[in-house]
Design a protein around this ligand. Structure first.
Ligand SMILES: N[C@@H](CCC(=O)N[C@@H](CS)C(=O)NCC(=O)O)C(=O)O
Length: 289
């Protein structure tokens, strides 16, 4: 395997506001691991195509963020990276993997649900639906760039669905059926989370673990896309308490809110104008139904 040039033991190529980058930064913080930052995809505009430069494609052939470089070895896929960090530094910080086999199995189910796995269709899981709910913001960011320049740049995206998905986003909003499916999936996931939290522990499986890290990033994004009210709904009391506890973890500030980035924040403001998303009622109906 190619060794990537590096200075620190752990280096992270990431974008401030990307979901998967947030998850990995949260894990690094919970584990208390020092790391060197390499921000990608942001020079004046979000999604500037820096992830398709020859240099970055050497680091991550799919052109995605995040990539962890550990002693020169690249590790891909946020959930794999988090698991890797927990294995290489088992004694450091918080353990992110339950010891009991039954809990481990449950956690793997949540990881499947929460991962942004490009091998899955959009809208089939929480992790592949949250990006669809974020599409208007991504669309706004893309539209800050000249149309042809963006299309030309994105010809280089190595992942076919992403290359065309991002280009189509410049032409039209997400098609109704996909949007509808994603809203339903998120509603169902929230319903499942609410019932999974019906126990005495503070987190999904009682003790804090990787699944909670992934939920922290997803819930933060729900707030971003003007759906935060679902996380404080009287009819979903376990989720409301859980979200409070997640936000109180010091890692939430260090790894998520301290990385808020002005272009993304401006896009949120421009798209939602401080109003609640029209998807809220539909998600609520499914989640509490
Ligand atoms: N399976 C990957 C997915 C990573 C991913 O989709 N990253 C997004 C940001 S959250 C990205 O790099 N988007 C840029 C693009 O596709 O051009 C992971 O979990 O890390």
């Amino acid at each position: 395997m190619t060794k990537i040039a590096h200075e620190a033991e752990c280096e992270l190529y990431h974008y401030h506001e990307s979901l998967c980058s947030q998850m990995v930064r949260l894990a690094l913080e919970e584990k208390g691991i020092q790391w060197k930052s390499h921000p990608v995809m942001l020079n004046d505009v979000v999604l500037d195509g820096e992830n398709f430069t020859a240099d970055y494609l050497q680091i991550n052939p799919k052109g995605f963020v995040p990539t962890l470089i550990h002693s020169g070895k690249p590790i891909y896929d946020s959930w794999v990276i988090i698991d890797y960090l927990d294995r290489v530094a088992p004694q450091s910080g918080v353990s992110l993997t339950p010891k009991q086999a039954d809990k481990l199995k449950l956690m793997q189910g949540w990881i499947q649900q929460a991962s942004l796995d490009e091998a899955k269709f959009f809208g089939v899981s929480l992790g592949t639906s949250i990006p669809i709910l974020s599409a208007p913001v991504i669309r706004y960011c893309i539209k800050q760039q000249p149309f042809f320049a963006f299309w030309w740049k994105y010809r280089k995206h190595p992942v076919f669905e992403r290359r065309w998905g991002a280009r189509l986003v410049t032409l039209m909003p997400v098609p109704g059926p996909l949007s509808h499916k994603s809203v339903n999936t998120v509603g169902r996931a929230l319903k499942n989370i609410e019932s999974a939290l019906n126990h005495d522990g503070d987190y999904l499986l009682g003790e804090f673990c990787q699944a909670d890290i992934m939920m922290m990033a997803h819930f933060h994004r729900l707030e971003d896309v003007a759906l935060g009210r679902i996380l404080e709904d009287d009819k979903l009391p376990h989720i409301a308490g859980y979200w409070q506890r997640l936000q109180q973890r010091p890692s939430y500030k260090v790894a998520v809110t301290d990385w808020h980035e002005k272009h993304w924040r401006q896009a949120l403001e421009a798209v939602f104008k401080g109003k609640t998303s029209p998807a809220l009622d539909k998600i609520r109906k499914v989640a509490i139904g």
